[in-house]
Design a protein. Structure first.
Length: 73
């Protein structure tokens, strides 16, 4: 998973991979919660962690992508 990465190294592909694995096992409400948690985590990180302006949340606005996937259920 992500345990070997720093928060600076996490990309939207990593996050979408995690969401996809949860979706495949049929846990749609958990996938939605993950989307919310990821959004909150990276929003907070942009304020609390120096140089986080290029984080996974900002890379193509990952929360919009995750919401679109959830909307397709």
């Amino acid at each position: 998973m992500l345990h070997h990465l720093t928060i600076y190294d996490i990309t939207r592909a990593h996050l979408l991979d995690i969401i996809g694995k949860v979706e495949k096992r049929g846990s749609l409400s958990v996938a939605e919660k993950l989307r919310t948690w990821f959004t909150q985590l990276f929003t907070y990180a942009t304020v609390a962690i120096p140089n986080m302006h290029d984080n996974a949340l900002q890379q193509g606005r990952v929360e919009r992508i995750l919401w679109q996937r959830i909307a397709l259920w």
